[in-house]
Design a binder for this molecule. Structure first.
Ligand code: OFO
Length: 168
């Protein structure tokens, strides 16, 4: 059985992933409301990915004989100021999440709980992809001209992201 310490830490991470999902959902609503339907769609799909991450933590704790607890979620932070702010915030969320995952890896290592250590490696890899994806968004927006981009280049970026593969 998983230790009580790891049970609690992984349960907390399940809630962190739910909060990420919440946050991206609110950004998705913001973007859609601004008329960036493709970006909104992309962010909402990303919100679903985060919920799936939460489910992975939930399932793992249950499989190891523990019981995760769903806690009250904080409301999502306010709307982004603009697209640059939105993508910068996505990146910041991912970097913070990577730190949390590394912390869990460290805990599993200290306890010599190799099953948990191994389970977490999927997230280590996932975070590399998610940080890259977020940096890519920032770059794509810069190339399009940032917040002063022409309507046409924003239109193209929006269209691209609406159909971009995001299996992260
Ligand atoms: Fe993008 O964070 Fe989940 O793991």
């Amino acid at each position: 059985r998983i230790s009580a310490t790891l049970e609690e830490a992984l349960s907390t991470q399940m809630n962190v992933e739910l909060f990420q999902s919440h946050t991206y959902l609110s950004y998705g609503i913001w973007a859609t409301d601004k008329g960036y339907d493709g970006i909104g769609n992309f962010l909402m799909r990303h919100s679903l990915e985060e919920r799936n991450h939460a489910i992975k933590f939930m399932q793992y704790v249950l499989n190891r004989g523990g019981k995760p607890t769903v806690t009250a979620l904080k409301g999502a932070e306010g709307d982004p100021q603009n697209l640059t702010d939105c993508f910068n915030r996505v990146f910041k969320h991912e970097v913070e999440n990577t730190e949390k995952i590394y912390n869990l890896v460290n805990m599993a290592f200290e306890e010599k709980d190799w099953a948990t250590w191994n389970f977490l490696q999927w997230f280590v890899k996932e975070q590399i992809e998610e940080e890259t994806l977020a940096m890519d968004l920032i770059d794509k927006l810069k190339i399009a001209g940032g917040d002063r981009a022409t309507d046409e280049s924003l239109f193209n970026l929006d269209k691209d992201l609406g159909k971009a593969e995001d299996d992260a």
